[in-house]
Ligand binder design. Structure first.
Ligand SMILES: NC(=O)c1ccc[n+]([C@@H]2O[C@H](COP(=O)([O-])OP(=O)(O)OC[C@H]3O[C@@H](n4cnc5c(N)ncnc54)[C@H](O)[C@@H]3O)[C@@H](O)[C@H]2O)c1
Ligand SMILES: O=c1ccn([C@@H]2O[C@H](COP(=O)(O)OP(=O)(O)O[C@H]3O[C@H](CO)[C@@H](O)[C@H](O)[C@H]3O)[C@@H](O)[C@H]2O)c(=O)[nH]1
Length: 329
């Protein structure tokens, strides 16, 4: 049990709010710094301190570091819509890269020793054979991925120069929600397959389009490594514990190492919901790799992370329960 303050940027968002809850339950004193652009104060369920502020506001950020002297920073705040990053790249370099720079400068000014960074499988682009290990080439194919890779590089160099230790976690396809439905993905216009399919089952969308049925995969549709947000959140606590026992800076994939196709996901959402929503076959979405699955052994071996929800039925059931609650049905 720790009584240290930890600062969580973007802690009112989808993933951050799950991590914040788990941190509180583990005894950390959590300070959330969030501009509520996509996050919500309602997602903070244990009375965590919320400072509503933007990362661009370095004066406010400095005030938070002075007031709470956090021992660690977990950095989730970002803009996250990959296609939007193609049409508005500077938004992504400003909010993801430049704001990570501001946060790192504040960490150096205030002597923060531990940092956990939300990175993404998008840094790999189209990995050879559809499987990405941490050592695979990083060749992002959109400004979102590039903005995150640049942040990883800043973090690496800052750590070497200033005695900060970090863990960068490259998330694969995050899905599901708190099993007790206290928090989940709130953005109504989200494009993620599992969320979209649950919305279709609720009649909030006309149906689901399968983007591409001619990939070189068993059923022709795209394959992804879907990870339950609760397991992903637990990976952050494992990373923090690792840094607390003086672990070296490192980068880890967070996935299960197993892929599911679009058709499989839709079949499970139909099964779990009991609703046969319309599905149409459409062209490939530009920039989508056919297969993107993690090599996921390092995080288990080094951080001792053990997933508890590694099952597509469970992920979908929790996502479905959350979507119904959000829709009030
Ligand atoms: N959702 C995914 O599938 C996925 C996959 C890979 C990586 N990630 C990364 O995980 C992190 C969290 O993503 P999410 O899905 O929870 O998104 P989200 O939009 O729900 O959360 C982002 C949070 O950051 C806040 N925020 C954004 N810009 C800010 C700023 N300038 N100052 C202060 N607060 C700001 C938002 O209000 C929100 O609460 C992001 O860094 C994202 O790149 C997400
Ligand atoms: O309506 C839909 C939505 C998605 N898909 C397909 O479903 C799969 C998953 O798509 P989606 O849920 O949109 O996730 P990704 O495009 O794989 O991207 C997610 O996962 C990446 C990491 O792997 C993160 O970087 C991104 O932020 C996050 O959106 C892909 O094959 C898509 O082509 C459809 O067929 N129809």
């Amino acid at each position: 049990m720790s009584t240290e303050h930890v600062l969580v940027t973007g802690g009112a968002g989808y993933i951050g709010s799950h991590v914040v809850r788990q941190l509180s339950e583990a005894g950390y004193r959590v300070i959330v710094y969030d501009n509520l652009s996509t996050g919500s104060a309602e997602a903070l369920v244990h009375g965590e301190t919320l400072v509503v502020g933007d990362l661009e506001d370095t004066g406010k950020l400095d005030g938070v570091f002075r007031s709470y002297a956090p021992a660690a920073v977990l950095h989730f705040a970002a803009a996250i819509v990959a296609p939007e990053s193609v049409s508005d790249p500077l938004k992504y370099y400003a909010n993801n890269t430049a704001n990570t720079l501001r946060l790192l400068q504040a960490c150096v000014r205030h002597g923060v020793g531990r940092f956990i960074f939300s990175s993404t499988a998008a840094v790999y682009g189209f990995p050879e054979g559809g499987i990405a290990a941490e050592s695979s080439p990083t060749v992002p194919i959109n400004p979102y991925g590039t903005s995150k890779l640049m942040s990883e590089w800043m973090l690496r160099d800052t750590a070497l120069a200033h005695g900060l230790r970090y863990v960068a976690l490259r998330y694969f396809n995050v899905a599901g929600a708190d099993p007790q439905s206290r928090m989940g993905q709130r953005t109504p216009e989200a494009t993620h397959l599992i969320k979209v399919s649950c919305q279709a089952a609720l009649g909030m969308r006309q149906g689901v389009s399968i983007f591409g049925t001619d990939y070189p995969t068993a059923d022709g549709t795209g394959i992804r490594d879907y990870i339950h947000v609760e397991d992903l959140a637990a990976a952050h606590l494992a990373a923090l514990a690792y840094l607390e026992r003086e672990g070296e800076s490192d980068t880890f994939n967070v996935g299960y190492g197993r892929g599911s196709s679009v058709r499989e996901v839709i079949r499970v959402v139909r099964e779990v919901s009991g609703i046969d929503f319309p599905v149409t076959e459409a062209a490939r979405r530009p920039g989508d790799p056919g297969e993107l699955v993690a090599r996921a052994d390092r995080i288990r071996n080094v951080l001792g992370w053990e997933p508890k929800f590694d099952d597509l039925q469970t992920i979908v059931a929790d996502a479905w329960r959350w979507e119904r609650k959000l829709a009030g049905v």
